[in-house]
Design a protein around this ligand. Structure first.
Ligand SMILES: Nc1ncnc2c1ncn2[C@@H]1O[C@H](COP(=O)(O)OP(=O)(O)OP(=O)(O)O)[C@@H](O)[C@H]1O
Length: 254
């Protein structure tokens, strides 16, 4: 089932008094229970594409759909909560691991909702191979790889249908980066999909790869996915997928 769709997405910026089109007519479709990579040269617009999907910037044109419903029908705050963008640098607050994991529930957008219990949080940490990290531990005592996993878990705990990861493994050593990939694949189950920007070699956890280059977005299915050591609740094995669409007109920044 398609969870997220973008059609005819076009973004331009004003440069030296003129409009410069970064990408034009981009289309993508993300299936439930699948992880996708977004690659492309530096400056091609990958982060901007994620921000446009999360409605964090204005787009010149194009339509976004979540579960078939157009974005116009969804309030901005609700959309951003459902199409959740995790930036490269984990924006963790000072305090404990628990403080950080429940941070979203201190925000207005989650007002009235019950935050996850300690046992639910401990279970999440376990699944991220952070079982030895106590909820009461100060985040200043965590390694970069552990911080990145806590940031990812925090986003995952809010159960967004669409998770957009902007190079969350960029600053990590290869082992930690692989742990992030494995965790992402493990967590993205039913009613969820994930698009992640990566500059590293493919890690085998993605069902397909979008490439943004010269203003156009293309897509290729990946040959096979790496096995993960565990299963997400409700997941029935490998990602179900139909070929997502990707389209874009030729022509880069102009
Ligand atoms: N608000 C803005 N106003 C003008 N130009 C912008 C704005 N935001 C991004 N850009 C430009 O758009 C281009 C694409 O930026 P973006 O960060 O999306 O690229 P990227 O593919 O994610 O790059 P990288 O791989 O290096 O992170 C850059 O040239 C950037 O300077």
């Amino acid at each position: 089932m398609t969870l997220f769709r973008a059609e005819g997405l076009t973004v331009s910026f004003s440069r030296a008094g003129e409009r410069a089109v970064l990408f034009e007519n981009a289309a993508l479709s993300l299936e439930e229970a699948a992880v996708y990579d977004l690659v492309g040269p530096s400056g091609s617009g990958k982060s901007t594409l994620l921000r446009a999907c999360a409605r964090m910037i204005e787009r010149d044109g194009g339509a976004l759909y979540l579960n078939g419903a157009p974005s116009d029908a969804v309030a901005l705050t609700k959309w951003r909560r459902q199409v959740c963008l995790v930036p490269q640098k984990p924006s963790l607050v000072s305090g404990t691991v628990r403080d950080n994991l429940v941070l979203p529930w201190t925000l207005k957008v989650h007002a009235g909702e019950r935050p996850p219990s300690d046992s639910e949080l401990a279970n999440l940490l376990d699944r991220a191979a952070l079982g030895d990290v106590e909820l009461g531990r100060d985040v200043s005592q965590l390694s970069g790889g552990q911080l990145a996993r806590v940031a990812l878990l925090r986003a995952f705990a809010t159960k967004p249908p669409v998770l957009l990861l902007d190079e969350v493994d960029a600053a990590l050593d290869p082992d930690s980066a692989r742990a992030i990939g494995r965790l992402t694949r493990l967590l993205v189950g039913e009613n969820m999909t994930c698009l992640r920007i990566r500059h590293r070699a493919a890690d085998g956890f993605a069902a397909g790869t979008f490439e943004l280059k010269d203003g156009a977005l293309s897509y290729r299915e990946n040959p096979s996915q790496a096995a993960i050591g565990g299963s997400a609740p409700g997941r029935t094995g490998s990602a179900r997928q139909s070929a997502p669409v990707a389209a874009g007109r030729e022509g880069g920044l102009r």
